[in-house]
Design a binder for this molecule. Structure first.
Ligand code: PEP
Length: 252
């Protein structure tokens, strides 16, 4: 059994102008000075990727929030996985619930995007999670199972796949599931990954996302099979985000 090194990843969503560059400098400095017992990633809007990678902040790798499923072609306004990989992104988030909801992305679409991300040599962070209606109907496990099974590409490998469990009702709301609820879902996702990848499935990171902040990070990140966090709002300010990274000083 392999326990993956934890990853604390920030998703800036549609936030960040050039003024936000200072947050990367600050985060890089905080990690240089005080360290990080986990891997770190920031996924800014496409517009900032080149600038942020170009800063060479060695403690703050840069990823992307989405990609098109095709390598190139007539897709006005879209960005391919190869394009962000060429800029230096090692991870691409796919299937975030805001993309599933706002852009009607199905599991098939997410699977194709994840395949494109992996073909470009990056690690696909595949997001899954139930809505509040699905949770209240008692179908959380069924929904997450279907999303995981339906969104992992056929030729995915354990070492280029990450799953982010993000209950939709917990994103940006300040509400978080109980540790027991998180544990139940992550245990199920781990079992699916072991079925899919065999022993290597133990090394796939399963991130938790949804209203993670410094004050709840230690509890959430201590749950079995939680191998890090995907963080929205609390990733925008370096000091807030570093507070989450620091939870790993106590978890070890
Ligand atoms: C997210 O959008 O991935 C997320 C987890 O957002 P927040 O941390 O703001 O809930």
């Amino acid at each position: 059994m392999t326990t993956p090194k934890a990853l604390v990843a920030g998703n800036w969503k549609m936030n960040g102008l050039k003024a936000a560059i200072g947050e990367i400098t600050r985060l890089n400095d905080l990690i240089s000075t005080s360290g990080a017992n986990c891997d770190v990633l920031i996924c800014p809007p496409f517009t900032l990727i080149s600038t942020l990678v170009g800063m060479g902040a060695k403690n703050v790798p840069i990823g992307a929030q989405d990609c098109h499923m095709n390598v190139s072609g007539a897709h006005t306004g879209d960005i391919s996985a190869q394009m962000v990989a060429e800029l230096g992104c090692g991870h691409i988030i796919v299937g975030h619930s805001e993309r599933r909801a706002d852009h009607g992305e199905s599991n098939d679409t997410v699977k194709a995007k994840a395949a494109a991300a992996q073909a470009a040599g990056t690690n696909a962070i595949i997001c899954v999670g139930e809505t509040i209606d699905e949770r209240e109907a008692g179908s959380t496990i069924d929904v997450v199972r279907a999303q995981v099974k339906g969104s992992i590409p056929d030729d995915a490998r354990a070492d280029n796949t990450t799953i982010a469990y993000e209950p939709v009702w917990a994103i940006g709301t300040g509400k978080v599931p109980t540790a027991a609820d998180v544990e139940e879902v992550h245990r199920e996702v781990r079992a699916l990954l072991m079925d899919r990848f065999g022993e290597a499935g133990s090394g796939v990171r399963i991130l938790y996302g949804g209203s993670v902040k410094a004050s709840n990070a230690e509890e959430l990140m201590s749950v079995p099979n939680v191998n890090g966090a995907l963080v929205g709002g609390a990733s925008l300010k370096a000091d807030d985000f570093y507070g989450i990274i620091s939870a790993y000083d106590k978890i070890g």
